[in-house]
Write a protein that binds this ligand. Sequence first.
Ligand code: 48F
Length: 260
Amino acid sequence: MVKHPIAESEITRAIVKYALRDLDEYSKVDVLIVGAGPSGMTAAYYLAKAGLKTLILERRFSFGGGIGGAANHLLRIVVEYPASEILSEVGVRLYEYGDGLFVVDPAEMIAKLASRAIDAGAKFLLGVHVDDVVFRDNPPRITGVAVIWSTVQMAGVHTDPIFLEAKAVVDATGHDAEVVAVASRKTPELGIKLYGEKSAYVDAAEDLVVKYTGKVVDGLYVTGMAVAAVHGLPRMGPIFGSMLLSGKRVAELIISDLKG
Ligand code: 48F
């Protein structure tokens, strides 16, 4: 039974209580994923399923990254076998086109990847912009990230960030590899070089992105299109198989590094 009248102050207290509890509980996690696009959400699903405490930070107030815009706003996504198996596993319906290609509905893909990651135990924080990393030397490694609310970042006012720690940070920020880029720019002793993404070559790009998915420096991993930006690989446009396989691969590598 709702107690009437509902006091405005009680709504505030309920929000503050749970929002601060979240920040307290997730200030230190096993894996921190930056970016809730296809690669980040796939990684979150497999990491959480393996029992790792997984936090995904997304600067928009929504999931999906590049899935929603699909191909030049033609609202279908193409995925090839065997990445199609990942979508089947999370319950996305596949429409067979032929030659191992499948077409899917982007809204369904966003909803089901996010929902399965959450059900597996991953925590999403939306509206959070990652603007720096936390590092240590001897040996050089990444131990966390600096975050500010996206709206504060958009307003262009200066505020110091808050820090979140993790055993592994995953750059799943897409074409600009924002986490790796800031680490490379601000802390050269980490020895990280960014080669920049090349123009389109679908067949090569799909394999190479998965092959080069992995550790950049201790504590920092890269998945999805950020892999192409870091390693100088071609882009592939609106075919999403490698994003899913790369997300699964980075999860497997981290599970092996953290759990042995
Ligand atoms: O761009 P995005 O979908 O990355 P992805 O998982 O997938 C790429 C494909 O969508 C597509 C493609 C495939 O063929 O070419 O582009 O590699 O998702 C990246 C997410 O990261 C968020 C951004 O809003 C998006 O949702 N993001 C980017 N930078 C930051 C960030 C940041 N600094 N802090 C927080 N979130």
